[in-house]
Design a protein around this ligand. Structure first.
Ligand SMILES: *[C@@H]1O[C@H](CO)[C@@H](O)[C@H](O)[C@H]1NC(C)=O
Ligand SMILES: *[C@@H]1O[C@H](CO)[C@@H](O)[C@H](O)[C@H]1NC(C)=O
Length: 208
């Protein structure tokens, strides 16, 4: 078995997938450490925050994730996450500074449907829903990119962004199969696009 070693540096990621309600953070050890490991997860808002360290809440002891709620929006002062790994041989602290608006990244849109439109042999109707983890789409709207490809054709085409949750693709080849995905981003352009949604497929209407 490999030698037991004290904890090393952690690879930390934080994303505001449920902006403006929470920031979710996860971390992993750079090297395998073959000893029981505990993590102390805290954060500060600014280096000299009066409140000092606040707990970043872990779902259970030893978990490698935590959630920050009670976020101050549009603050230019960074938050600093402090994950301190503890095992019987020692401790190691890793810090992760972030500005909430810079780490907004929604989950992918959900329930993508691709439907034929009666009598329209070159069109497809696309409909989808905002990600369920995005709590307030009325107040913090999203914009969407659409990526589609004709089966058997070359590279996909990406169009958008669009603010609505439906779209009609036009100029398609009658009878061909099209594969579609959508991705979401905060409308005000903070943060990053989500991953692409699972693919949905459809064929334009065909006269019989
Ligand atoms: C983010 O945190 C919330 C609140 O703890 C939790 O319900 C949700 O499952 C977390 N999401 C991820 C992707 O970890
Ligand atoms: C990080 O957290 C540990 C454990 O709570 C604490 O001892 C340490 O002082 C903190 N470090 C910084 C830079 O905040």
């Amino acid at each position: 078995t490999p030698p037991a070693v004290p904890p090393g540096k952690l690879a930390i990621e934080c994303w505001a997938i449920s902006y403006p309600q929470t920031v979710n953070c996860t971390w992993s050890l750079a090297a395998d450490v073959h000893l029981d490991m505990e993590f102390i997860a805290t954060y500060r808002h600014g280096m000299w925050a009066k409140r000092g360290e606040t707990e970043c809440v872990q779902p259970e002891a030893g978990a490698n994730s935590c959630t920050i709620s009670d976020i101050q929006l549009f603050s230019i002062t960074p938050y600093i996450l402090n994950i301190t790994a503890v095992n019987p041989l020692g401790t190691a602290t890793s810090l992760f500074p972030f500005i909430v608006e810079h780490i907004i990244r929604p989950d992918p849109p959900e329930d993508l449907q691709v439907s034929a439109i009666p009598s329209e042999s070159k069109k497809l109707l696309l409909e989808w829903k905002p990600p369920g983890s995005w709590p307030l789409p009325e107040y913090f709207p999203l914009k969407y990119l659409i990526r589609y490809t004709r089966q058997g054709a070359g590279s996909p085409r990406t169009i958008g962004p669009y603010e609505q949750t439906s779209f009609i693709l036009t100029g398609l080849r009658p009878g061909a199969i099209y594969h579609v995905q959508v991705a979401a981003k905060d409308l005000t352009d903070y943060g990053e696009y989500s991953a692409w949604s699972p693919q949905a497929s459809g064929t334009p209407w065909k006269r019989r």
